[in-house]
Structure formats: structure tokens, C-alpha cells
Design a protein around this ligand. Sequence first.
Ligand code: FDP
Length: 280
Amino acid sequence: MTEIIEAIKRSAIRIRKAINEEELGYAQSANSSGEQQLKLDVLSDTIIEEELARASSVKTIASEEKSDPVTINESGKYLVGYDPLDGSSLVDVNLSVGSIFGIYEGSFSGPNLVASAYVVYGPRTELVVATIKAERFRLEGEEFVFMQELALGDKGKLNAPGATQKYWYPHHKELVESLFAEGYRLRYSGGMVPDLHQILVKGGGLFSYPGTEDKPKGKLRKIFEVFPFANIYEKAGGYAIDESGRRLLELGCGDIHETTPCFFGSRYEIEKVKEYYEKA
Ligand code: FDP
């Protein structure tokens, strides 16, 4: 496991440099979800593949930017699913983006996730790793220095509601409005990594990406985005559920690009989600 975390750190340092220095334009390709790839998406994917290939414990990698998993070392123990540059539609406006990693044993599914991590490329570069605890590090020079253990409170103040409001189901709209009516403040940049990071660092709140009339299964991918963050939220003392109130980490996965509605938060807000969704 240590060598995988070290590979993630080396990737993060190289991607940070690429974000700062490389050209931004589009690549001549689309990813498997049909989204046009930026040159930076492709470069970040290559960097992570190169660094993970140096870790002998990694058997298979699966990237949001590749259509199928790739076996890189038959005798490896772990499978790593990653989103090399999440929120890349925010690169041109210079908002924070991130990389997300899920480490699995056996196969890609919620119950098989054994550890996860993400990197936020903001004004500073930070790394959060969740093995037994969720720990936050900051890049200083070429070193990631420990900052704190992340711990969510019982209740927060932030509300980050994703997806197109026009297509929200009525019960979801009621849930979001009920939190605002209680005094919650809107915090939504459109980048999953900084939006979830903000709630974790500020100690609580709700991030939701629901199923909608146009996308009943939501948008966020289980293997690359949802399961890794579910583990991080749970290790920080929070909760991560789907629209039926089930723990996200109990969900299986068919196609590696499968998506699911998802809700991440502290205890109070997740109870609210259950209450409004049970009424639906
Ligand atoms: P992006 O498409 O820019 O890569 O991964 C998908 C994602 O970003 C998440 O980072 C983000 O939370 C979400 O899409 C935003 O989607 P909406 O604009 O539909 O809310």
C-alpha cells in the first residue's frame, strides 16, 4: 500500500507542474463517457499510469479516461481506479481541480475498496489519504507534510447540491430547500474534489449528486469518484449513501464507468436525505 501512496504523491507533483505550465487546449479525442478530453486530462492519465506502473503491488488500473481496465502486473495484489483530472471543465476558469484514487482488492466494487485518496490542486496542493483514518497533507517543496486528521461534526452549515435543477425530482428540491430554510449556505464550484474537500475541512454539510429526470442514475462514477469519497467520508466519521439510503460502499459495479446517485455528509444532513427520499 505504501508504494501506491508514494506513486500517488509523485503523480500529484507532476500533475501540479503540468497544470501550471502546460498548454490547455482540447485533445483530438473523447473519453468513454463521450466527453471531449483536454490535453491535460490525457497527460494526467499518462502520468498516473507511468507512476502506478512503478508499483509492483498494482495488478490492474482503470481510468475514467480509458474505456477498459489495463493489467500492468499479473502478480500484483491491488486494482487502482482513478480519475486523473476531475472537474477539468474548470481548468480554463482557473478554479480548483483534483485527482481521485480508489484502491481495490479482488475486483472493482464498493465492498472491495480497501483505501482511497484524492489530491486537490488549488492555490496550494493538498492530499487526503484514507486507510484507517482520513489524513490531510500539504505539498511543501517536494514533500507532503501531515496537517491534520479529518473529522466531520454531527452537523454542518454547507450545502453543495449538484446536477441541473430543472431536472431535479420534487422531493430532492424539497430537501435542498429545507436545508437552505434552516440557514445552510450554498457552496458549489462544480468540481467534486474541492466541493467535497470544503465540507470535510469545514467539519460538515451535504454534497448531493442525485438521480434526475434526465439522468436517473446520476453522473458521478462509482469506481473513480463515488466509492473513493464514500470511504474518505466514512473514515472521517461521516456518511455516504445512495437514493435508497444504502451505504454506497455496499454497492456492486457492473461496467467500470457505471454511475450512481450519491449523498455525502455528516449525520444530521444524511438523516434529512433519508427522511425526504423515504417520503418520495
Ligand atoms: P467535470 O464534469 O467537470 O469533470 O466528474 C464530473 C464533475 O465534473 C464533478 O467534478 C462535478 O461535481 C460534477 O461533474 C459537476 O456536474 P454538474 O455541473 O452537473 O453539477
